[in-house]
Design a protein around this ligand. Sequence first.
Ligand code: NG6
Ligand code: CA
Length: 518
Amino acid sequence: MKKATLLTASMVAPMLCMWGTADARNAKKANKTVDTTRPNVIIILADDLGYGDLECFGAKNVSTPNVNKLAAQGIKHTNVHAVAATSTPSRYSLLTGEYAWRKPGTDVAPGNAGMIIRPEQYTMADMFKNSGYRTAAIGKWHLGLGDRTGQQDWNAPLPTHLGDIGFDYHYIMAATADRVPCVFIEDGKVANYDPEHPIEVSYQRNFPGEPTGRENPELLYNQTSSHGHDMAIVNGIGRIGYMKGGGKALWKDENIADSITAHAIDFIKANKENPFFMYFCTNDVHVPRFPHDRFRGKNPMGVRGDAIVQFDWSVGQLMKTLDELGIADNTLVILSSDNGPVLDDGYNDQAEELLAGHSPTGPYRGNKYSAFEGGTMVPAIVRWPAKIKGGQESDLLMSHIDWMASLGSIIGAKLPKGAAPDSRSREGNLLGTDTEPTPWVVELASNHVLSVRTPDWKYIEPSDGPKMIQWGPKIETGNNPLPQLYDMRSDKGEVNNVALQNPAVVFDLQNILRRVRH
Ligand code: NG6
Ligand code: CA
């Protein structure tokens, strides 16, 4: 099997050659030693950010200077795969080290889903907490809250929440910005709760007297729906699900990035003396895309481009905080996305019309939801100045599924028997010390079709569903009643199905799938 390349500083573009933050250099000058067995760990997970959406991954029309700098100071990983082509199963797999397709109920969750990860399941947060870290989840959650779907009382503390699965602190959106309830949850309670406006949520029926996007489109003053998103109206934007009340607790979409970034900075500052783990999940660049005014109009791509700029700003704020506190050197920052990109995902925001030559998936076919690579191929950057030389680029095959075991191995965590059952440590791949790639990764499309990627090949199992997504987005599902095999060395765009010419390869990849399924 081909060995993947790991480029060194001298081989990549000179702009990538600077490495080490000011903090790293100062720490070295002061001869401060850092304990690299206990780095702080920050996972920055973007939402629906495509492989090609960052400037350092070849994006057109949009600048991402902070992310570029992060990459220049660490390793830019160009062959990393999310487990699934949508959020809930992708995040479930990342946080538990178990493939989502093993667990029923891990498809895209409504905002009133009960906790999908139950307290008895061992999570990445448990792993850090039990290793003496302070842990936090900030931003998008989308893995359910409370004990039972639809039974939450949003006016009281929730009976089960992220505190029960290893997070010391959380400040989160229950699901996505396009789903009710449109409030932040902080430590198991609605943040800024407004007792004069009690909250009711239903995914079944509207509450008497509440306007909806379907019946009152004139109230959609901030963004109109292209498909779906025509139930509750909050902040002049139609949502999925019905909601009543909220008052001053309701979020303003234009302030979401500011709000989560401020809470993340507070958490970092409060824990600058002890190791911490932060799972920081942006709402950018998911729909509804409604960035703050100060990020608007700096690129020709409309609000989707503005949301990328806003994402880059959040990343920059976290980096600046680490520098100011003098802790950047021994903080391992991992940046990635939960699944591939989508243009029209239900709002008339002109994401498609304004692309102006930009390709959100880079060279890959398909998008979010799809079994083609565009569904799960995601950008990834790893920076840890104390341990990793900057200016590296790696095309080693990797999957989010292995990040729990890899991070566990870095901090020397002991995992209980049965924890993270599908996760294997690929520490050396992640940190650039081992150039032997993982032999295969498995990818899950939104229609439950599984694919296997090896460094050289991509196999998509047969499926007789429709060729295109049926509910609105113009996206190829990847369905084909015949087995599909693509040679990823010469055919990144998955154009030529070469299954018939390579029966032995198909057989091998089918076997991997058969074995991993059980
Ligand atoms: C879809 C939504 C889409 C988005 C997606 C989940 C409609 C018509 N479309 O059902 O807008 O919310 O679910 O995205 O409702 S994800 O990134 O969180 O998985
Ligand atoms: Ca997503």
